[in-house]
Design a protein around this ligand. Structure first.
Ligand code: HEC
Length: 150
């Protein structure tokens, strides 16, 4: 019985250190993570943009689904912008790290607009959806203009 307890304790310890290691991903993986999140956001944003620009028929269901996805994903990039990930396969400008509070407030602005977009889309008022899409796109651009390299 005592032996079993010890085995369990050792196993638990091994799990804990594995978890601790998992919490320190490599910088290149952190960069990959944030770019992946942005890519998923972009993937879902694209068809909404095409609808608003009348390049494809306006489909309220798809619009609302994608708006919901963007709103959810908008909460995810921040944890990918951590110290130690300034250099590498990234388009994040050095200014981003120098003005991190402003970067964060631009992200929060986008999150607020994306939440509103998802909310408006549920209502199904096409004109309101178009207008709020514009506000959300502006919030993306405001950050990219300052902090993302071309
Ligand atoms: C607060 C700043 C900020 C906001 C807001 C923001 N982005 Fe980004 N985005 C970035 C940065 C910084 C990068 C570059 C990340 C990197 O390369 O490490 C990026 C990269 C991207 C990429 C390219 C990903 C890749 O690596 O190929 C896409 C697509 C994208 N963003 C779409 C969007 C869309 C759509 C929105 C609005 C719904 C948005 N972003 C809002 C900062 C932002």
């Amino acid at each position: 019985m005592q032996k079993l307890t010890k085995v369990v304790a050792v196993a638990a310890l091994a799990l804990t250190s594995a978890a601790a290691l998992a919490q320190q991903p490599k910088p290149e993986d952190v960069i990959k993570y944030r770019r992946s999140v942005m890519n998923v956001i972009g993937w879902n944003f694209g068809p909404m943009a095409a609808m608003v620009q009348d390049k494809i028929p306006f489909n309220k269901e798809v619009f609302a689904r994608n708006a919901g996805r963007v709103a959810a994903m908008s909460k995810m990039p921040l944890e990918g912008f951590i110290p130690g990930t300034e250099k590498g396969e990234t388009k994040a400008k050095p200014e981003l790290w120098q003005n991190f509070d402003d970067f964060k407030s631009k992200l929060e602005k986008m999150q607020g607009e994306a939440d509103k977009l998802a909310e408006v889309a549920k209502g199904g008022d096409e004109a309101a959806m178009r207008a709020q899409f514009g506000a959300t796109g502006k919030a993306c651009k405001a950050c990219h203009d300052e902090y993302r390299a071309k």
